[in-house]
Design a protein around this ligand. Structure first.
Ligand code: BTN
Length: 226
């Protein structure tokens, strides 16, 4: 079974995890038209009404465990490539996993481990929902001409890039909107602090300058002061 298509589910990541536990192979993908409990990073919810792309792909990577951190940035580049190819739309990437158009979020990526598998969950706002996005979500949708987006084709292209990404670091660096900006770092533990984003290193970590010192971040949340 390569694909599972659902009208509605709580979370495609939850379904994909269950399939991974049952032994579903590398590349199995779950695509839903809407989610009732879409999950975002850091325990947040991901608003998932009809009109978006909600995709989870099971990967069974052969790489060392420490390289798994590269899957999230690789997935961001996979989404960029598919959006460019299918719709000529070029989002940028806010480190490490958010897709942006201008200063608004177009979508996000949530990678979750499950035994030897990694579930790559991708949400993209294709159409603005009736009534708009909730006021507390600075989100944007692509809103292409109705019928222009073939969601299954877009999902297939994303999956293909996930399964065969090739080199992606250079692309990631050129797409990352965070570098060069003043940012607020929200560490997993401790108080938020102001910094300046300097570069993406060879492991896709964010190097920042804080009070004249360089720090390398491999996790946590960084908000950009646009
Ligand atoms: C984020 O922006 O914090 C990550 C959002 C990831 C949302 C996607 S939608 C498909 C998959 N299923 C989920 O429950 N979450 C991910």
């Amino acid at each position: 079974m390569e694909w599972v298509f659902l009208e509605e589910t709580d979370s495609t990541n939850r379904v994909a995890k269950e399939l991974a536990r049952q032994g579903a192979p590398h590349g199995t993908a779950v695509l839903a038209k809407r989610q009732t409990a879409g999950r975002g990073r850091l325990g947040r919810q991901f608003f998932s009404p009809e009109g978006g792309l909600y995709l989870s792909v099971i990967l069974r990577p052969q790489c060392p465990v420490e390289d798994r951190a590269l899957i999230t940035p690789m997935a961001a580049v996979a989404v960029y490539r598919a959006l460019m190819e299918d719709l000529c739309i070029a989002p940028r990437i806010k480190w490490v996993n958010d897709l942006y158009i201008g200063d608004k979020k177009l979508g996000g990526i949530l990678c979750e481990g499950c035994g030897d598998a990694v579930i790559v969950g991708i949400g993209i706002n294709l159409y603005t929902p009736e009534g708009g996005f909730p006021a507390d979500i600075p989100a944007v949708a692509l809103d292409p001409w109705p019928g222009l987006v073939d969601v299954r084709e877009l999902a297939t292209d994303i999956r293909n890039y996930l399964l065969d990404p090739g080199p992606f670091l250079r692309e990631y660096r050129s797409l990352c909107l965070t570098v060069g900006k003043n940012v607020t770092v929200h560490p997993v533990q401790g108080e938020p602090y102001a910094a300046r984003a300097l570069e993406i290193d060879h492991r896709c970590r964010l190097v920042v300058e804080r009070d004249g010192h360089r720090e390398t971040l491999d996790s946590g949340e960084v908000s950009v002061r646009f």
